[in-house]
Write a protein that binds this ligand. Structure first.
Ligand SMILES: [Mn+2]
Length: 438
């Protein structure tokens, strides 16, 4: 199915969701605590405010956490719900789901249901539409909300998606509405070039703790580290892009990330942080630090939250850089995977994402974080390997085998298992990955 007809089918479902919202005065919203979920929450909040609706937004890590609602009100889930058909079928009130995770089975609704998900209309929810993108289409059905396209960009980037299909349509509408601008550049934060390169996690350039290499990098590329990233001229941008690509090639980074790092950059003209890469990281860090409301306020234009959010991002970035430096040597080799088992680590997912994309791109990477009797697992690979390996399936099957629960996307999935089952789980994951790669 072409993405054009996919988008119009998605709009029809979004229309149904908007119709349901119009029939209620109060909407209870649950969204995910990551960048995509938070920006979905911001889009929904703005759209509901403009529609004159009362609402309450809460953040969940997932649907294994409990949620509540009162009969008669409208319950809305963003960035979650599709993968829990059983749980959604039990909901005894009107229900809207704005999600992009792979649906697992048919929801048998007790009341009215609007289920908006790219996978249900032949679109790809892994690369071409995120939950904030779905929320954007919902918002544009509810009212004149095209200016919210810039918020949807945060979700696309946060979920490492591509500007294709539904996402490309949103960016196009955002440019048309005057809230997004495309510029040439390298995906780095605003500020001094030296700092931006040193602390960058996406792209991860491995300069942290290697300041001499960074000096040499700048010297060879004939770049001044004191220059502001946002003010580089075309010539400087070209030299920077060449040098970054060379560095990544030497690091054996998965080459598929290059197009996301070098080339087009999106400027979000109606956001407090206009650099889309930086805004995404800031929102993501707030989510990781558990202060989702600061990120939500930032997206909604609250100036007071700006400095707080930047500080949280700075602290978080240093923590991740330190953790990467420390954990890198603890990664072990399986047959077809690499794995890292941490006890009380910072968080499995940023470590897994960075290592699997930039340093250890040739095998799926499984990072396990053990806290008390529970183990949280993050599995990551790149799109190339994901053509053969489906980590969502691997996590689901291996987790269920040891009495846990798992799922997600082909390239990025996760599981929750008990700590004592970690060895057995990893063996099964390795076996499944070998079978898929064979
Ligand atoms: Mn998402």
């Amino acid at each position: 199915m072409s993405s054009i007809s996919g988008i119009s089918l998605l709009r029809e479902r979004a229309r149904k969701a908007a119709d349901l919202v119009e029939r209620h005065d109060f909407i209870r919203v649950y969204t995910h605590h990551d960048a995509d979920g938070i920006s979905a929450g911001a889009i929904i909040a703005k759209a509901l405010l403009r529609a004159g609706k009362s609402f309450q937004i809460s953040f969940l890590k997932g649907l294994n956490e409990s949620f509540d609602y009162e009969k008669g009100e409208l319950l809305l889930f963003a960035d979650m719900g599709s993968g829990y058909a059983d749980l959604m079928s039990e909901v005894d009130t009107d229900l809207v789901i704005l999600d992009h995770h792979i649906p697992n089975g048919e929801i048998q609704p007790k009341r009215n249901l609007a289920h908006v998900n790219p996978h249900l209309v032949g679109m790809d929810g892994t690369y071409e539409l995120s939950a904030s993108g779905v929320s954007y289409f919902f918002a544009t059905e509810l009212g004149r909300n095209r200016d919210l396209a810039s918020m949807a960009v945060v979700g696309m980037l946060g979920d490492k998606q591509k500007i294709i299909g539904g996402n490309a349509e949103i960016v196009r509408e955002g440019i048309e509405a005057g809230v997004i601008e495309e510029k040439k550049g390298v995906a780095l934060h605003s500020g001094k070039l030296r700092d931006a390169l040193l602390k960058s996690l996406e792209p991860y350039l491995d300069f942290y703790g290697r300041e001499e290499e960074l000096k040499e990098f700048l010297r060879k590329a004939r770049l001044d580290g004191d220059r502001d990233v946002d003010n580089l001229d075309d010539d400087e941008i070209r030299r920077l892009a060449d040098a970054v690509v060379l560095r990544l090639l030497q690091m054996k980074t998965y080459t598929g990330v290059f197009e996301q790092i070098v080339g087009k950059r999106l400027i979000l003209k109606n956001m407090l942080v206009k650099n889309s890469v930086m805004l995404t990281d800031v929102v993501n860090s707030c989510g990781r630090a558990g202060v989702m409301s600061i990120a939500l306020s930032l997206l909604l234009g609250d100036v007071d939250s700006l400095n707080k959010a930047i500080k949280i991002n700075d602290d978080y970035t240093i923590q991740v850089l330190e953790e990467l430096k420390r954990r890198r040597d603890e990664v072990r080799e399986g047959f077809c995977i690499r794995y890292l088992v941490m006890e009380d680590g910072l968080s499995a997912s940023p470590i897994a994402t960075t290592l699997s994309r930039y340093i250890m791109a040739d095998k799926p990477l499984i990072v396990v974080n053990i806290k008390n009797e529970y183990a949280k697992v993050s599995a990551r690979t790149n799109e190339d390997l994901a053509r053969r390996v489906d980590l969502a399936e691997v996590m689901k099957v291996a987790a269920e085998k040891v009495g846990g629960r798992g799922g997600g996307h082909r390239v990025a999935a996760g599981a929750n298992i008990s700590a004592e089952k970690v060895d057995e789980f990893l063996k099964e994951v390795d076996r499944l990955c070998c079978a898929m790669l064979a």
